[in-house]
Each structure stands twice: as C-alpha cells, then as structure tokens.
Design a protein around this ligand. Structure first.
Ligand code: GLU
Length: 474
C-alpha cells in the first residue's frame, strides 16, 4: 500500500528533515517500505489547550505531547517551553528520541512535549501554576505516567519544572508507589539522581573522547591525536553547551576559541575561560562586554575556521544557505537537529564529518534511564555495596602489605579503597553506554552501506526498532 500521510510536513521543515534522513538510511539498510512507514511517523500526538489564571486574567496555553514509537514502554523525552514550539517540531523531536534510545540501548520508546510560552514572561509562581495545569492535562490521558510516558527537561525547562510535575502527579495518584518515576531530571534532593543536570554535556565529552580513540575515524575528519589542543567553537551556552565546553576545556585540554549566543559571539584564539564567560552571561544576560573580541553576528561565527564545531542550541542552524561555508573539520551535534537534511548532504559531499545528535546528545536520556530505575527500586545506587567494596579493598591492601612486608604508599591505597558512590556509578554507566554505542555505529559506518556516521546511526537504530516490531508485532 502506498504510504499515506494526510498532512505531509514541508520537506524543508524540521520534521521533513528528520524524515528524509530516515528515508536515506532506510534505503541503505533495505528496510521493508511498509515497516518504514510504520516506524517513521508518530503514533499519537496530543494537543491541549488549557486555561490558567495569571494576574487575575485567564490565559489559554497550547501544548503538545507526541508519541513516536511504543515498541518499548514507557516512551521517553523532554518537554520544551518556548515561544515558537509547534507540532512539527515536537513530532521531529519525538522521532529523534526513538532513534536516540535505540542507538544507546535505553529501553524506551520515543516521545516529546512542548508548551508554547516564553518562560521569561512569567514569575516562578506563575510557571508553577502553568506546569501543574499542563501536568494534569497530560496525566488525564496518560501522556505522563511512570509506566507509559516519562517526560524530562529540555529547552526552557529544568529540575524545578520536573519537581512540580512529579509532585502534581503524586497528588493525583497518591496510591501509586512509583509516582515519582513519572518524570526524570528532578532535583537530586527530590528523588532525582546525581549527575543528571550535566549528563548531556558529559555524554558529548565521552562521545568525542571515543571518536578520538579511533585514529582512522579522526583521520576522516582530517584530525588526529586527542582532544587536547583542539580548537572548539560552541553555539549555545545553555545547560548542554556550557557543560560540554567546560568539561572539554577543563578536563581534556581542548581550546574553546569561540562561543556563540543570542546576542553575538566571543572569540579568543588562546582559549576562553568558559566558567568566567558563563558567569558573565548569568550576570548580564549575554556575552557582550566580556573582555575578549565580540562580534554581534552570531550566524557568521558558525563559519569560523576550527577543528570542532559544537552546535548546542536549537534545530536548523546549519542549512543549505551556510553549509558550504562551514570551515570546521568535525561537527559534534549536541543540540537536536542543528543540521538540516540539505545541509547534511552538502557537508557529506565536502567531507565534513558529523557526529549525529541522536547519538552524541544521548547522555541526558541515558542518565534519565538510571534515574527512572533508581525511582522504581526506591534506593540510591551504591547504597548496599559501597562498604563491601571498601572492606574487600582493605583486605586486599592488608594481604599485599603482609606479603611484601611493608606498608603501601597511601596515594596508591586511597584510590583502591574508595567504594563507588552514586555519581561514580552513573558516570561509569554513561561512559560505557557512549563507548559501546559509538563502536556499534562506527562498525556500521565502516562495514555497511552507510556513507556517513549519521546514516550509520540511523541504520543501527532502524535495525533495532524493526527487529522488535517484527518479533512482537507492529
Ligand atoms: N530532552 C533530552 C533529550 O533531548 C532528555 C530526554 C530525557 O531525558 O528523557 O534527549
């Protein structure tokens, strides 16, 4: 049967772009066209309008929650608060969540939500009232539920919004012992998990480290060695961009030579102090005034010559209009959908290597998965066995000291003795996840019919999702 879509997205839209990337990979893996049609489109999209009384006037808010695939439950994905959210965007982001979870083996289907509002226009109390009302609307139709659909933070939302959502859900269903697992990304003190806030940035760091562990992959981008000394330009100093830039410069010795924000870009060939820049942005609302070179034309800054360009802001930043002028050797997509389909084709033909979004920014959902497991098990990771590991390490040290007849230097034993706490366990799980997923994608890249990393990542995701559809029935 021909694929029927009553309201096809414009090819140039975000959803159109994601769909064309999917089609390109589906053709490369020879996916059955019927199965491709099942897998490509969102299963359900819920649009809701609800009133909230703000400053003694009713205001009507419009929000969406899209469910892309339900081959695994719960479905998972963030909720975005932004003035320009629309259904096309939420559907595209939900599709990316399905592929993201599949590629990193996080056993969730894909979903995403959006609420059309500018958070800067509301007080914290008003945002709380709006978030609680939105949660009630979503819960009523199971678009938030610990076993069916689990939201998380995204652009414009964070731990505070997740705490409100979890609390509202628990009030609605006080007899659900797993109620707090209805959202992830909660504050660590409110049943969240340590390391979730920085998880996406951490995942970008781990993903890039793994890329550079394979010299033949780096060579395809005309790069070699490690991250040390690499010239990096970051677009967006929000939660993802800030953490990625900070970790790469502080821990890997990369040089962040440019940062782009809404009001323009700052440059320092010697490497910017990311922490100081973030502090300046928090204090002044922008980058202007930071004591380095400033250019109000942020879009032009994307075209600066560098080793790694990290778009960490929004979708559709690198398009057919500027792709030919990008001078980065490697594009590391920390945002969702920063490169359009047309731009991707241009970059591909120019030999620019792109590490795709739904692999590279999967750190957030990976740690969300750990948080959800923690909530269901009602116990913090490491609580039961940390002391056992320490005791065993003490005995090992004592045995070695008895055998050699002298005490071991304390700098050696300290590392041996420390048991893993929650943050150590989370980091270990995230690092392992990012490494394994990259290896799977690169095997496909080198061995399969996918000519680039993005198509390879899609191919890996498509195979996994189609296998489960075939085994369990669509
Ligand atoms: N919003 C994040 C993303 O785009 C996190 C999703 C989640 O943790 O569920 O991946």
């Amino acid at each position: 049967m021909p694929e029927r879509n009553l309201h096809p997205p414009a090819a140039s839209s975000f959803l159109g772009s994601v769909n064309r990337m999917f089609d390109r990979a589906a053709a490369a893996v020879g996916l059955d066209p019927g199965l491709a049609a099942v897998m490509k489109h969102c299963r359900a999209v819920y649009q809701v309008r609800f009133p909230v009384r703000i400053r003694s006037q009713y205001q009507v808010f419009v929000g969406w929650r899209a469910v892309h695939s339900e081959h695994r439950l719960p479905t998972k994905g963030g909720i975005r608060y932004a003035p320009v959210v629309d259904q096309d965007e939420v559907e595209a982001l939900a599709a990316l969540m399905s592929y993201k979870c599949a590629v990193v083996d996080v056993p969730f289907g894909g979903s995403k939500g959006g609420l059309c509002l500018d958070p800067a226009q509301y007080t914290a109390d008003e945002l709380e009232a709006i978030t609680r009302a939105f949660t009630r609307e979503l819960a009523r139709r199971q678009f938030v539920s610990p076993s069916i659909n689990v939201p998380a933070p995204d652009v414009g939302t964070g731990p505070r919004e997740m705490a409100w959502m979890a609390d509202e859900y628990r009030r609605l269903y006080p007899d659900d012992i797993n109620a707090l697992a209805c959202v992830t990304g909660k504050p660590a003190t409110q049943s969240g998990i340590r390391g979730r806030v920085e998880a996406t940035g951490r995942g970008v760091q781990y993903g890039l480290r793994e890329f550079f562990r394979h010299p033949e992959d780096a060579a395809r981008a005309g790069l070699g060695g490690t991250l040390a000394g690499k010239r990096v330009v970051v677009q967006g100093l929000g939660n993802v961009g800030y953490h990625a830039a900070n970790f790469l410069s502080e821990e890997d010795g990369a040089k962040v030579i440019g940062v782009i924000e809404r009001d323009g870009a700052v440059f320092d060939p010697a490497g910017l102090d990311v922490e100081a820049l973030a502090e300046h942005r928090r204090a002044t609302g922008g980058l202007r005034g930071f004591p380095v070179r400033f250019d109000p034309d942020g879009a032009a800054a994307l075209e600066v010559e560098c080793d790694i360009l990290i778009p960490a802001a929004l979708e559709n930043q690198i398009t057919a209009a500027n792709a030919g002028r990008i001078r980065a050797k490697l594009i590391a997509e920390a945002a969702n959908g920063p490169v359009t389909f047309e731009a991707d084709e241009v970059l591909r033909s120019r030999g620019v290597v792109v590490i795709p979004d739904f692999y590279l920014n999967a750190g957030g959902v990976t740690v969300s998965y750990f948080e959800w497991i923690k909530n269901l098990s009602h116990i913090r990771f490491g609580r039961m066995d940390r002391r056992i590991h320490e005791l065993r390490a003490d005995r090992t040290v004592a045995a070695i000291e008895a055998a050699v007849g002298r005490p071991l230097p304390p700098e050696l034993t300290a590392g041996l003795r420390a048991g893993a706490d929650e943050l150590d366990v989370i980091r270990s799980g995230l690092d392992d996840t990012m490494r394994r997923a990259y290896q799977e994608v690169r095997d496909e890249w080198h061995g399969g019919r996918s000519g680039d990393l993005r198509t390879a990542a899609y191919a890996v995701a498509i195979r996994k999702i189609s296998r489960s559809y075939q085994e369990m029935g669509v």
